[in-house]
Design a protein around this ligand. Sequence first.
Ligand code: IMP
Length: 181
Amino acid sequence: MQPRPYVIDQMISAKSIAARIEALATQIRDHFHGTDKLVVVGLLRGSFVFIADLVRELDLPVEVDFLEASSYGDATHSSREVRILKDLRGEIAGRDVLVVEDIVDTGHTLTHVLHLLQSRNPARMEVCVLLDKPTRREVEVSATWTGFTIPDEFVVGYGIDFAQRNRNLPYIGKVRFTDTP
Ligand code: IMP
């Protein structure tokens, strides 16, 4: 099925993202200073570009692992049911963990994932999200570090998709449908 026609208006430039990641990495490094090894857990698939840039700015010993939770499917509406499609490869019990997510929207995905990971008894667990849409929240959850707080817009780029498209844009843009006036 063809998606509705749309254009993408730039919202956050590649340069602004890079500058923000540098600042986030400094705060994360200071927080976990002295850790023997930090497990950075990326939530697939939307966080793959963010995690790649973030870990390269992190001056800490890190291990990278991934978890995939179901989210929107191919629509722009969130599903309340969260399923784990791919679990971590490694153990996190007694380890320092940084969960990296692309967007917190209703909060269901992050809440579910954090409960699951917490039940595995990490030593410390913090969360870094690139984008937060607080006006859309249905369950109370917040990240330790947030890249940008954005309004209720459907965004793409920098790893984030619309029906599996536009993940490869170097910036974050908002989707504007062109079939409605
Ligand atoms: P939540 O469970 O509603 O917080 O949804 C989180 C997930 O929904 C994110 O990890 C994204 O995969 C997806 N999502 C939320 N907002 C957007 C958006 O604006 N564009 C693309 N994906 C989104």
